[in-house]
Design a protein around this ligand. Structure first.
Ligand code: NAP
Length: 311
């Protein structure tokens, strides 16, 4: 926890898997928080914890000094800020917008430029650590923006995360997040292949994870999502659909830069096979199911025959 405190009132838009954990940790750290969520009952659930509710993003913008966003895509961020009754219409000059959604670096720069015309500062601050990290306040935060703006937001970052790295100017946080996503899915593919081999060899899968987790191959993905895959628990910390949204951003950015990413491109196609099967709402560890289909073999168990959520 930071020793410095947040100056002024803080708003948060987007109380999904990530945003609701962030909101609770902000409240726990004593932040004077106002929230708005498109689906209202999710916001109402937070009023018991002490959050004030706004009826539109514009109303919320008008009463806060710092506005955090954690919505799905770049279009959604744009809509919350600049759509009808958007927050930008309410925000005062001198306010700061901190966007924790994962969007393209290019879009982050364009939003920042647009807000700057109204003298509103912007930081891109995508996060990593899953819904567990949001719940526990242990997120890794990758910030892009001016020094003074990042320092102004730091007490908030300290309330929701364990480590904040100021990577560079606006857009740099999102670029670091794309790097993070390449590492996440590459890791998940390796975990899936490893589990498939272990299963085919007759190894106990949980014991196998235990055997390697503390060595050089250990990772957050292995311990959390690998274990979930072995238990065939496909509840999402991060959905396949959102994973694909991020991989699309990775591949678009790589295309702009002329960088070949053959591994990530293949993983994008494997995830597409899951979306084609209607599994886009499952967790990103369901990648193992794409390999199961190729191998005509199932990993882990116990398996309930014909269970619609275990295809
Ligand atoms: P989520 O559970 O699907 O929640 C999305 C939130 O955005 C919901 O509150 C949703 O409102 C709101 N929203 C979406 N479109 C909107 C729009 N047009 N206008 C207003 N509100 C809108 O997603 P999440 O997992 O929390 O992820 C949020 C962001 O964090 C994404 O950019 C994601 O890539 C990133 N992220 C997620 C994880 C993770 O592990 N989950 C990790 C790191 C980063 P409703 O309640 O009305 O649907």
């Amino acid at each position: 926890m930071s020793t410095s405190t947040v100056r002024g009132r803080v708003g948060l838009v987007g109380l999904g898997l990530m945003g609701r954990g962030m909101a609770r940790n902000l409240l726990r750290s004593g932040v004077d928080l106002v929230v708005w969520n498109r689906t209202r009952h999710r916001a109402e659930a937070l009023s018991d914890d002490g959050a004030a509710l706004a009826t539109t993003p514009r109303e919320l913008g008008a009463v806060v000094d710092v506005l955090l966003l954690c919505v799905s895509t770049g279009d959604d961020v744009e809509q919350v800020l600049f759509g009808e009754d958007g927050a930008a219409d309410g925000l005062r000059a001198g306010a700061l917008v901190v966007d924790c959604s994962t969007i393209s670096p290019r879009r982050a720069r364009s939003l920042s430029d647009r807000l700057a015309r109204a003298d509103i500062a912007f930081i891109d601050a995508p996060v990593s650590g899953g819904s567990e990290g949001a719940e526990q306040g242990t997120l890794a935060i990758m910030a892009g923006g001016r020094d003074a703006d990042v320092e102004r937001a730091r007490p908030l970052f300290d309330a929701i995360g364990r480590k904040t790295t100021h990577v560079g100017p606006v857009g740099a946080g999102q670029t670091a997040k794309l790097v993070n996503q390449i590492l996440v899915v590459g890791n998940m593919l390796a975990i899936s292949e490893g589990l498939l081999l272990a299963e085919a060899s007759g190894l106990d899968l949980e014991r196998t994870i235990e055997a390697v987790a503390d060595g050089a191959a250990g990772s957050w993905m292995l311990s959390n999502r690998g274990t979930q895959a072995v238990r065939r628990d496909w509840r999402p910390g991060f959905t396949v659909d959102l994973q694909q949204k991020d991989l699309r951003l990775v591949l678009e950015t790589a295309d702009e830069l002329g960088v070949p990413l053959p591994g990530t491109a293949s993983i994008f196609q494997l995830y597409r096979t899951l979306q084609a099967r209607g599994l886009g709402g499952e967790g990103n560890h369901a990648l193992v199911k794409a390999l199961e289909a190729l191998a005509d073999r199932r990993v882990g168990g116990p398996v309930v025959d014909g269970a619609p959520d275990d295809r």
